[in-house]
Write a protein that binds this ligand. Structure first.
Ligand SMILES: [Zn+2]
Length: 293
């Protein structure tokens, strides 16, 4: 089934630090001229050396949020549960399903988090690009100490931390072959991040990592067959009942957009039709998807 691409969501997202934000470069700097904890940098073909937010960092925090949310349900006969994640834990989906060869059955038996983010035996549906500055990102040096939990004395420090304090990063999220509940969970996670419930990077208990999240543009692609502008079809709407059962796909099959957001344009892309939403359109779409959870 997953050799076919039935639907896809593509989000252009902007992230702005609301306070200090530190995505740490690996290790402690050996160069005394550089701060002990540096913001991670990479070489960008157009911009040269630049700070950035690796997609893997964002994926990690979004996954963490989704897992916590799903553990509050713990309903193992559905997608509403999360495994212990670490592949060496016997209860993790990766371990439990390591000898399962049928793709449909691996998906059906995996927890809700793994059905979105994947594990070693299952390809994830959601991917994040790296996020690069689109408006100059200003960094500052902050000083910190680590306090020993045992003695309450300074265990380490003071050390220097390079934090981003203003500016805008932009990047993309892509969700492919998604079910409606997966759209709802991704929308929930982005809203939670924007509300400061999901913090990004280092120093969460120092109050670092609060960010503003703005979806600038959302593309929803669906195969053109049976396309209807007032319905947004999840994976279940594209497959027959037997396939839906084999994969354990859950209702709702689609979202009713009759009184929903208006797209800014509709583009024919051969076998797909793309609907393009602006920030407000996405916010309304997100609300509908969250309500359907
Ligand atoms: Zn799992």
């Amino acid at each position: 089934m997953h050799k076919t691409r039935y639907n896809a969501l593509h989000l252009t997202v902007r992230i702005r630090p609301k306070g200090p934000l530190l995505i740490k470069a690996g290790g402690i700097s050996a160069n005394p001229a550089l701060p002990d904890m540096q913001f991670v940098r990479t070489f960008h073909p157009d911009r040269g050396e630049t700070v950035y937010i690796p997609g893997s960092s964002l994926k990690g925090v979004v996954r963490g949020f989704v897992e916590k949310a799903l553990r509050t349900f713990d309903a193992r006969d559905s997608w509403r549960w999360a495994c212990p994640t670490f592949p060496d834990e016997a209860e993790s989906c990766a371990r439990r399903l390591q000898n399962e060869t049928d793709t449909a059955s691996v998906y059906r038996q995996s927890c809700g988090a793994c059905r979105i983010f994947g594990h070693t035996r299952l390809r994830g549906r959601l991917s994040f690009t790296d996020f690069f500055p689109v408006e100059e990102v200003r960094t500052e040096i902050r000083y910190g100490v680590a306090i020993s939990r045992l003695t309450h004395a300074v265990a380490h420090g003071p050390f220097e931390m390079e934090v981003a304090v203003s500016g805008t990063f932009e990047g993309h999220l892509v969700l492919e072959n998604f079910e409606i509940w997966q759209l709802g969970l991704v929308a929930t996670a982005l809203a939670a991040m924007n509300q400061g419930l999901v913090k990004v990077g280092f120093g969460k208990n120092r109050g670092f990592g609060e960010v503003e999240v703005e979806v600038r543009e959302a593309w929803v692609d669906e195969v053109v067959v049976n396309y209807h502008p007032e319905r947004l079809r999840g994976l279940r709407a594209f497959v027959d009942n037997a396939t839906a059962q084999a994969y354990g796909l859950f209702p709702p099959a689609d979202l009713d957009l009759q009184n929903g957001p208006e797209f800014t344009r509709e583009e024919p892309l051969g076998v797909y039709t793309r609907r393009v939403y602006g920030t407000q359109g996405w916010n309304e779409l997100a609300r509908l998807a969250i309500q359907a959870l």
